[in-house]
Design a protein around this ligand. Structure first.
Ligand SMILES: [Zn+2]
Length: 216
């Protein structure tokens, strides 16, 4: 059987990351429990910006937003947040959720501010939540990167819930294209660094990037 290499819309042409978590989160928790054996609110520990478990948590996600793929190549690490995939507001709604699950490691993902604040209290039926949970790594089947660099919904998933998720996360925002282009150009320069012309181009790209950083 021939399996086609999946083009993950979050990866540039030069760097391919594996977003499959599972085992990596288990190892993370072993490490975490060895220091905080009684803690159940994992969020309160991983959410402390720049501290040990926050950095380790972000590393699980390659310092990239799990929804749109933006990385610390383009925005500052202070623009990343720990997102509750199933929103913590469900705890106020007296729905069938346990606070240990909501603040637990399986429900936490690394997100950029734009995605996290846009997504807000998004909730849908459990089957679709399963599809959309980034750790299950179905997102690269649900969304794709168009030739014009925009992120689009795949035709197989073109249904209301997915479109709602897509719109809330602002994956259709035009700046997504610029951010991707910047990452693509920076990875290009990394790949071919050394040649004087590449170094010169790299300096210009850094100027554009610093403007973007300031205005994220
Ligand atoms: Zn994002």
């Amino acid at each position: 059987m021939i399996t086609k290499q999946l083009n993950d819309y979050r990866n540039t042409s030069y760097k391919v990351y594996d977003y499959t978590l599972g085992k990596k989160k288990l190892d993370f928790m072993d490490d975490f429990k060895s220091i905080h054996p009684r803690a159940w609110n994992i969020y309160s520990y991983v959410n402390k910006n720049g501290e040990g478990f926050n950095i380790k948590f972000r590393n699980l996600y390659h310092d990239k937003c799990v929804y749109c793929g933006i990385s610390t190549q383009v925005i500052n690490s202070s623009n990343f947040e720990v997102d509750h995939f199933i929103p913590k507001t469900v705890l106020d709604l007296k729905l069938e959720y346990d606070k240990k699950d909501i603040h637990g490691i399986d429900n936490l993902v690394n997100s950029c501010k734009m995605c996290n604040r846009g997504k807000k209290d998004f909730l849908c039926d459990s089957e679709e939540l399963e599809n959309l949970h980034p750790d299950n790594n179905k997102l690269p089947f649900i969304f794709y990167r168009n030739k014009d660099l925009s992120i689009e919904v795949s035709s197989d998933y073109n249904r209301d819930t997915v479109k709602d998720f897509y719109t809330k996360l602002k994956l259709d925002n035009q700046l997504r294209r610029l951010d991707y282009l910047l990452m693509e150009m920076k990875d290009f320069c990394d790949r071919y660094e050394g040649a004087p012309i590449i170094n010169e181009i790299h300096r210009l790209i850094l100027k554009i990037e610093s403007k973007r950083r300031k205005n994220y």
